[in-house]
Design a protein around this ligand. Structure first.
Ligand code: ADP
Length: 162
């Protein structure tokens, strides 16, 4: 059983994430999409909201599980019998950062990192840009699923009313 993890903030999940998770699901027996619960960094969405959106958007893949983790990713891997981390590279700037983290994770635990090249259709796409566009009422329908689009609208309406 080859189980891998696709870790991330997923704040919120975009078509770029779904592309990578779906491609990993074809290559491996099981993919765990793991949402980082970062106590030092509050996102736009709460962890339960991120998990809900990820579950909704990956429901089409039978072998994808959605989980939350905190602390070290390599500890999550050890506890869950995961030997490989899947990350994606959108640009050279991603590479610099990812290489360092991958080497550190290998040093800490022997867990391998596999890089997938981002689909060029989505290589410009990031959750932070989606948040910014949605915040200003822009059209994000080609960047996220309708379900996520609705959650973004709700979130910014809530904030405006607060
Ligand atoms: P992190 O803060 O850990 O980078 P993200 O949610 O931004 O969390 O990204 C999680 C993973 O998804 C990373 O491997 C990232 O490179 C990948 N990813 C994010 N956006 C895209 C995209 N548009 N196309 C392909 N991969 C993406």
């Amino acid at each position: 059983m080859r189980r891998v993890v696709c870790p991330g903030s997923f704040d919120p999940v975009t078509f770029g994430h779904i592309d990578i998770i779906g491609r990993a699901a074809k290559q491996y027996d099981e993919v765990v999409a793991a949402v980082l619960n970062n106590v030092n960094k509050r996102g736009l969405f709460t962890v339960p909201e991120k998990l809900d959106m990820l579950r909704q958007t990956t429901a089409e893949f039978d072998n994808v599980r959605v989980r939350e983790f905190d602390g070290l990713l390599v500890d999550f891997c050890r506890v869950n019998g995961i030997e490989t981390i899947v990350r994606s590279l959108r640009s050279v700037s991603d590479f610099d950062y990812e290489l360092q983290i991958a080497q550190m994770n290998y040093r800490l635990s022997g867990v391998e990192t596999v890089f997938m090249t981002a689909n060029p259709r989505y290589s410009f796409l990031s959750s932070s840009l989606v948040r910014e566009i949605a915040q200003h009422g822009g059209d994000v329908s080609s960047l996220v699923t309708p379900y996520v689009e609705d959650r973004l609208r709700e979130k910014f309406d809530e904030r405006r009313d607060a």
